[in-house]
Design a protein around this ligand. Structure first.
Ligand SMILES: [Zn+2]
Length: 404
């Protein structure tokens, strides 16, 4: 019995050895394959210009490879498609920079209706007269409940010196009287903007405290954009998943700037903790959408903080199950935002949030060299993310006229 078993086993082992020896010239190698293989050590990377073709063997393609700019493979996957041109429930886009103008307002409304965006919130309100003019114009149209405005820092937070905080807080109070319903802090503040003494203005600078306290007293939220995606702070090498974006846009090369992702987040998180009565909206998921455990930590540490999901769809759509569970767990802590107003792009958000579609195209290669999957969120969560959370966090938004 034993002997009889040994023979076939030896034959199998021998067969395996033959296959291994054939290596890259085996099946698929074909003419010209022999000799191009480059052996590497286990776990070593293939040399530039080659790719792994067999265990520990790399090979250069026979044709000159296209650049990543030109290579746009079309997926051959055949699955059901459920595009979502119109959101299932009315939406507040809390993170927009678009507001109505006389020549665009009716066109804008037509587009918003088609997408089911009920309110477009312009974060670029400015301060002083700029805010007042924007709000006055909105109120002069038949669409006063469709557009809202957040105010920005006095003088763009430039040249902060003792006394700035009090003046900026007074300006915010005036802007809210004039119709602003929140305050927006742009990413330059905390990262690039200099104080009058030439040092970097940190977002947790005590001089700014009167602004946050005033926002709390006026019952308005502060939306704050801190930092950039973590990859922007990493070297521009061929392992950086945002290589193309960094090669396209010089101002995103944060690895050239002497402040780190971690420093910026530490300063922001300290601000959130130091002002527990101020409601903060951390824009772009606090740039933690690629690490939801960290996003969870931020929310757990600071009950006064909610997240907003603009410009991180590529991170949600590549982890649909984890993102689904996160959205269900933190369903009261997430607001919809888009940032760039582009009517053709909103439906990608609806599709990721609402469907369980698989592996569909994203609209921008420089954000993501991967495709997206739907999160299949339940209706009660969708309602909260689309409008209920925004309406709660931002009392200046229309409080009535929402579904049931
Ligand atoms: Zn923005």
């Amino acid at each position: 019995m034993r002997r009889a078993l040994l023979v076939p086993l030896a034959a199998i082992l021998l067969g395996a050895a033959v296959v291994a020896q054939q290596g890259p010239v085996g099946q698929g190698g074909g003419r010209g394959g022999r000799g191009r293989g480059v052996a590497i050590q286990p776990r070593e990377e293939c040399p530039p210009g080659t790719t792994l073709v067999r265990v520990d063997t790399c090979q250069a393609p026979e044709f000159p490879p296209p650049s990543i700019v030109d290579y746009r493979p079309k997926s051959s996957l055949v699955v059901e498609q459920h595009p979502v041109p119109k959101a299932k429930f009315p939406v507040v886009d809390i993170h927009s920079h678009t507001g109505p103008m006389p020549e665009t307002v009716s066109f804008l409304i037509t587009q918003m209706d088609a997408l089911n965006i009920r309110v477009l919130n312009n974060l670029s309100g400015g301060f002083g007269d700029a805010v007042k003019q924007r709000v006055d114009y909105i109120r002069s149209t038949p669409y006063a409940d469709r557009f809202t405005v957040f105010a920005n820092g006095l003088n763009g937070f430039r040249d902060v010196a003792p006394g700035y905080g009090q003046k900026a807080a007074a300006q915010l109070e005036a802007d809210v009287k004039n119709g602003a319903i929140g305050f927006k802090v742009f990413k330059e503040t905390g990262m690039d903007t200099k104080r009058a003494d030439g040092t970097r203005l940190k977002i947790n600078d005590p001089e700014l405290a009167p602004i946050w306290d005033t926002a709390a007293r006026l019952n308005i939220p502060v939306i704050i954009h801190t930092g950039e995606p973590p990859e922007f702070f990493k070297p521009l090498d061929l392992h950086n998943e945002r290589w193309l974006e960094l090669a396209l846009f010089p101002d995103r090369r944060r690895y050239l700037v002497p402040v780190s992702f971690e420093e910026l987040n530490a300063e922001r998180d300290e601000l959130f903790k130091k002002h527990p009565k101020t409601r903060f909206i951390s824009a772009h998921f606090g740039w933690h959408a690629n690490d939801l455990s960290r996003a969870a930590k931020l929310l757990d540490a600071s009950p006064n903080v909610v997240l907003e999901l603009a410009a991180i769809l590529y991170d949600l759509g590549r982890q649909p199950r984890a993102a689904h569970d996160f959205f269900v767990k933190y369903q009261d802590r997430i607001l919809f935002g888009k940032d760039t107003y582009a009517p053709t792009e909103f439906p990608y958000y609806w599709r990721v949030l609402e469907t369980k579609d698989e592996y569909f195209d994203y609209y921008r290669d420089y954000h993501a060299f991967w495709n997206l999957y739907g999160m299949d969120l339940p209706d009660p969560v969708l309602r909260k993310v689309y409008y209920q959370n925004a309406v709660r966090v931002t009392p200046g938004l229309p409080q009535s006229g929402w579904p049931r």
